[in-house]
Design a protein around this ligand. Structure first.
Ligand SMILES: *Cc1c(COP(=O)(O)O)cnc(C)c1O
Length: 378
């Protein structure tokens, strides 16, 4: 296959596997009882992977419920999806911006008494009942009505002007099934939901799905697991990896023992060494904490990042490869079958979510999608 000019000049290539993404959504949906809906969370540009491709791919796979954080994200996503897609905005309306939701056919998550009032006011002016999702806080003190707010609004279930589509809440420690906060939050959520007869619940994020059917209610809201992040700490990851990242070698050099490498001269060769400089740096979201800690791969061979992470480059100790294995212009792998986003996150002292949402704008992005029709028996 002839490489396109864009690929032949690319410094680093990020491959995003839309088939794996859709397979992950289908895998999660298959864990739910029939009738329980599986939404998809596409905030932060689909966790950095590109809502413009992720949204339509998931819609085609059957997803009809999409969550974003900001109104602007919702407006962008609206233009990418058919009308049948429901788009929920987790942050709700900024006061005064309620009409944007109608104009762009977005559904607000209402988190505070003030947001509820704003939505009711709009409904009154329009002489219409308007749909919304109510968020209640069950143990994060981050977003949603506090228990006291809920108690202070006794008429909430009949909130004139609002049609509650769901009551939702969010789990704080779902990735750790043994943590007692899960059962506590579930109990508080059931209690809140009981005030809204006939309204469905929506509690589980990716990890929450794996806490079992009690946590599923009418709809679940996975994000990270769709993009390949492991939903449970310390357990094998059932999700398919979605990204691969490789970066070009721009220079190879042999250095004598005692030669320092990189800013601050923080690494010094202990033996005669071969150093490869590759075209990824912290400006690309390769976290600085990976300096002298991260690793990249050549095939199945791990190679350590030595020295600090520069803005545009990394220096790799490739001494352990047989001489003449590498050439300038070749690629080394940063995210690959040997090292997924969770492994990179571990090395960096963070979580897979941050690795994904940090992925840089400078990568040449390739979206892969099999065009072969599904055949029976495969
Ligand atoms: C981000 C987010 C999700 C998705 O969480 P994951 O852990 O990525 O599955 C679900 N609900 C809310 C409220 C969120 O903010």
């Amino acid at each position: 296959m002839q490489a396109s000019p864009e690929l032949s000049r690319a410094g680093a290539i990020l491959r995003i596997d839309l088939d794996a993404l859709c397979a992950n959504w289908q895998d999660l949906r298959a864990r739910l009882a029939p009738g329980t809906r599986c939404a998809a969370v596409l905030k932060a540009d689909a966790y950095g992977l590109g809502a413009h491709r992720v949204g339509p791919a998931l819609y085609e796979a059957g997803c009809r419920h999409f969550f974003v954080a900001h109104t602007a994200e919702g407006i962008t996503l609206r233009s990418l999806l058919p009308d049948a897609a429901r788009i929920y905005v987790l942050h709700g309306p900024v006061p005064g911006s309620e009409t944007d939701f109608l104009a762009h056919h977005l559904i607000p998550v209402l988190n505070s008494p003030r947001q509820i009032e704003g939505w009711q006011t709009l409904a009154r002016h329009r002489g219409q009942t308007l749909p919304a999702v109510l968020q209640v806080d069950t143990g994060m003190a981050r977003m949603g009505l506090a228990p006291a707010d809920l108690a202070a609004l006794p008429e909430l279930a009949r909130c004139p002007g609002i049609e509650w589509l769901f009551v939702m809440s969010h789990l704080a420690v779902a990735e750790d099934p043994a943590h007692p906060a899960n059962a506590e939050q579930l109990e508080r959520f059931r209690h809140a939901l009981a005030r809204f007869p006939g309204v469905e619940g929506c509690l589980a994020n990716s990890s929450g799905i794996f806490l079992g059917a009690d946590y599923h209610f009418g709809m679940v809201r996975p994000g990270a697991a769709l993009y390949g992040v492991a939903p449970q700490v310390g357990q094998p990851n059932p999700m398919r990896p979605v990204i691969q990242l490789c970066s070009r070698i721009i220079q190879l050099r042999d250095i004598a023992a005692g030669t320092p490498v990189g800013y601050g001269q923080s690494w010094c060769a202990q033996r005669p060494s071969r150093i490869a400089t590759i075209t990824v740096g912290y400006a690309d979201g390769y976290l600085r904490s990976l300096g002298n800690r991260g690793q990249v791969y050549y095939g199945s061979q791990a190679l350590p990042v030595v020295g600090k992470v520069s803005m545009d480059t990394l220096t790799i100790d490739v001494t352990d490869l047989p001489p003449d294995t590498l050439q300038e212009g070749e690629f080394l792998d940063l995210a690959c079958p040997w090292q997924g986003v969770d492994a990179i996150a571990d090395q960096a002292g963070t979580i897979g979510y941050e690795v994904l949402t940090s992925l840089g704008r400078r990568y040449t992005r390739i979206y892969t999608r099999s065009t072969a029709p599904a055949t029976a028996g495969t």
